[in-house]
Unconditional design. Structure first.
Length: 101
């Protein structure tokens, strides 16, 4: 499990990343609707990369001696962080309601 302090760090990093992304995209002078689509695409890519990293670690663990490369506590933390990222992305105010499921 990720501690509440760790969860807050993840939330702060996510919010800072979204703000920086929005600032970068808005500096290009595009309309809000064009920028929102790009931000959502980048969030989706981030989630895909998180999932890919999680599956890669599972694959490495399956072909090596248990805990030889990654300690169990590391993968537990990764799993918990991944779940929080998914949940936060669905609750985000940045995502239009039509895309939330």
């Amino acid at each position: 499990m990720v501690s509440e302090a760790g969860a807050q760090v993840l939330i702060n990093l996510r919010e800072k990343t979204l703000r920086n992304l929005a600032q970068h995209i808005s500096s290009s002078g595009r309309s809000v609707s064009e920028r929102m689509g790009q931000i959502i695409l980048l969030i989706s890519n981030f989630q895909s990369h998180s999932n890919l990293m999680k599956q890669t670690i599972k694959l490495i663990r399956s072909v090596t001696q248990p805990n030889a490369i990654f300690p169990r506590s590391y993968t537990d933390t990764l799993d918990s962080a991944y779940e929080r990222i998914q949940k936060l992305s669905l609750q985000s105010d940045y995502m239009p309601a039509s895309l939330k499921s």
